[in-house]
Structure formats: C-alpha cells, structure tokens
Design a protein around this ligand. Structure first.
Ligand code: ADP
Length: 398
C-alpha cells in the first residue's frame, strides 16, 4: 500500500511516501518557508535522485500540490499518478485525553483536533491546515491522524495529575499529556524486536534527545510516565526550552518587569542549551566544540543537560521497579557517544555498564555482554511509524 505521510508545521511541510510492503521509503521532501517569497523544496528518492528547488506556494494546499508534482515528475518522480496514493497519514501533535490511538479522520476526530488548539497553539493549527489541504486535493483518499500524545494516554492518573486544585485542573484540562509518543513507541517496538522479547515482558526507558527532548518509562507496553507535560516545556533540558524549573521563577521574572509574553518566549525559545551556553547556537555539535575549546558556560550547559537526564532515569527506574533496557534515540541520542557515556557512568549503581567501543561505533546494543539493563541506540523513524499506524487503522476498519 502506498501511503503519504504529511507533517505540516508552522511554516514547513515534511512529506514522505512509503510502500508499506517491505516498508520502502520511496521519496521524501521538505517544503520550507511556505507563504514567503523564498519557499524552497528539498526532495529525494530511494533511487538516490535529489534536488532543491525554489517554488511558489502561498498556502499549504499549494505546497502539497508542489509535492505531488515532484512525486509524479517524469524524471525524478516515483509514481505515475496521484491515484497510486492509497492513504494519507497526518502527524498531529495534540489529541488531548480523548485520542488514545491513531484514528481515521472523521468530522468528530477533526473536531477533537480543533478543540486541542488551545493546548497546542503552535502545532495543531498547522497540522489541521495540512489535513484540510489534503482533503481538498485528495477528496477520496482515506486519511488517518496519528497523535504525538496518544501513546502516553495509558499513563496512570498519579503520573499525569498536577498537584494543583483538582477542580481547576479538571475543568480546564490541565494535566500532563506527554509528547514524542510516536518516536517513543517506535523505538520501544524496535528494541523489543532486537532483544527478541515480547513488549508485554519488558520494562523500558526510552530517551528521545533531539531539539526537543523527552524520556518515557514503558511498563509492559504501557506508558508509566513521561517527562513532557501539558506542553512540551516540561522535563528535560532541550535545545531552547528550559524543561523543569520552579514555577515561582515566572513570578520573579514578572516582578522584574518581564511580561508574560516575554517569559513565554524566554522559557521556550531562549533557554535550554541556547540560553545556558551563550554561544548563539542550540546545536549540540557547536556546544561540544565549545566545551572542547574550554568554554566554561558550554560545559555547564552540558553538565545540566546530562544531570537532568540522569535524574529522570533514576526516578523512572524507581517507578518501574527496575528496567530491562535503556534506549537512546533522535539527533543527540543517536549521534553523541559522549552524552550516552556521561549519562551511563552515573547509572552504574543500577547495573548499567557501557562497552566503550560499541558506544563509539554506535552499535544497536552498546552495553557490555551479560549486563543488565541493556543499553541501546535505536534510530527513530516517526514517519514510518505514522505509515504503519495509518495502514493498521485502515485495515482494521475494512
Ligand atoms: P528535531 O527535534 O528537530 O527532530 P533532531 O532529532 O534532528 O531534532 O536532533 C537535533 C539535535 O541533534 C541537534 O542538537 C543536533 O546538533 C544534534 N545532532 C544531530 N546530528 C548530530 C551529530 N552527528 N553529532 C552531534 N549532534 C548531532
């Protein structure tokens, strides 16, 4: 089955076309700076063809039309015509408490996405716009929404409840939801298959370290806890987000004259590695270079980043009453051996023992033989997971 996966962000759209038989990625593209004079499309195919092209797209619909032209192009395309696309899977960030699994896009599901605009004001509106654009371009193609929050909806109430007055929380949907669920789910499934164990028999801690960072405790296939909360601001230190802080810091900043808008921007866009290191970049590669050059702020940023991860793993080890595998994924988790080793050094009391050579070589299993918990590096693949879930939802309904 050919499935198009669409991830519509605030100014860009990522699209990926899969043949689900054999899980072949046929083509993928990124359209950036939509609705500006400098819209550009980056496109590549499984046959190795690649191009970057300036395009004109003043709407999501226009951008997706351009993607379709690229997919059908007689030189670089991978399909003859659009009717070959049998289904579309949409990444949707927030499905609230209502969406506990990927769902076929119906009027009711679209309404849930609309209802969650307030919970994810930066993400759900463009996700929704992407859905509407595809509905207009592919009126007869079935579509599925795959929610970043859905995997976490098995969390028990003790994990998702904030200790604020319960009536206020319940009335206003103030609770922890968690994000990056598609990634945590994908790497957990992959890890179970590599370990040749059933998910129902495993206790896992998955550590997603990209620009956004989150960590999840998975107890026999169900999420026990996760570090992102009502919004993606909670939890680990991230590229530009602060993660956990004392909420009273916000009141102090207000008293110092910062507006709520200033504080929102500061905590989401100017904090984390960017704000700590002060090197004008939140890219881990730049940070590591600065650390190696002896920059003390960069070193502090790295130390705070690592310590927060260690704290969460310690907490989740306790919540899970021990665990079988620790899994690193995403840009930093997959590519930075030093962070994995700094984290794991602090976990030796739990039995964690890294094999330095395997860690450096980025093998799938990087712990020493016959040690437990196993430590793994599993590259994430959210697009493939969305394609799988799309196929699964549609085949269960046919
Ligand atoms: P996103 O959350 O945007 O999907 P990614 O998963 O791509 O982010 O992760 C981005 C982070 O991964 C950046 O901090 C980047 O520096 C880091 N990263 C990616 N590749 C490497 C690498 N080869 N070495 C070090 N850091 C890397």
């Amino acid at each position: 089955m050919k499935i198009l996966v669409v991830n519509a962000g605030s100014s860009s759209i990522k699209f990926t076309l899969f043949e689900t038989k054999g899980e072949v990625l046929l083509a993928k593209g990124l359209i950036e700076r939509i609705n500006t004079p400098s819209t550009v499309m980056h496109f590549s195919t499984h046959k190795g063809q690649k191009f970057d092209q300036d395009i004109s797209a003043n709407s999501y619909e226009a951008a997706i039309s351009q993607a379709c032209l690229a997919l059908m192009d007689k030189n670089t395309g991978v399909i003859g015509n659009l009717s070959e696309i049998e289904a579309i899977g949409h990444r949707v960030v927030h499905g609230g408490a209502a969406m506990t699994a990927a769902s076929k896009l119906t009027k009711a599901v679209k309404q849930v996405i609309l209802d969650c605009f307030a919970l994810a004001p930066l993400h759900n509106p463009p996700n929704y716009e992407g859905i509407e654009a595809c509905e207009s371009l592919f009126p007869n193609v079935p579509m599925v929404a795959v929610f970043d929050t859905a995997f976490h909806q098995t969390m028990p109430p003790a994990s998702y409840t904030y200790a604020i007055p319960l009536d206020v929380a319940q009335k206003n949907q103030i609770r922890r939801y968690g994000f990056h669920g598609t990634s945590h789910n994908y790497v957990a499934i992959k890890a179970a298959s590599v370990l040749k164990r059933r998910m129902e028999d495993l206790k896992l801690i998955t550590v997603h370290l990209g620009n956004g960072c989150s960590i999840t405790a998975i107890n026999h296939g169900r999420v026990e806890d996760t570090s992102m909360g009502m919004t993606p601001l909670e939890g680990l230190v991230m590229g530009t987000r602060c993660g956990d802080i004392d909420p009273a810091v916000i009141f102090v900043l207000r008293r110092l004259g910062y507006t709520l808008d200033d504080v929102d921007k500061m905590l989401n866009k100017a904090s984390g590695l960017l704000g700590l290191a002060g090197i004008g970049s939140n890219d881990m590669r730049d940070l590591i270079k600065a650390v190696d050059e002896g920059n003390p702020r960069a070193k502090l940023a790295l130390d705070v980043f690592v310590l927060r991860i260690v704290k969460y793993i310690g907490a989740y080890a306790a919540e899970l009453n021990g665990f079988d595998a620790l899994i690193f994924t995403a840009g930093i988790g997959e590519n930075v051996p030093r962070i994995r080793s700094q984290v794991c050094e602090k976990l030796e009391f739990l039995g964690v023992k890294l094999d330095a050579a395997r860690n450096k070589a980025r093998e799938m299993i990087i712990s020493c033989d016959d040690t437990s918990p196993v430590v793994m590096v599993v590259p994430t693949n959210e697009e493939l997971m969305i394609a799988r879930e799309t196929e699964c939802v549609l085949s269960s309904q046919s």
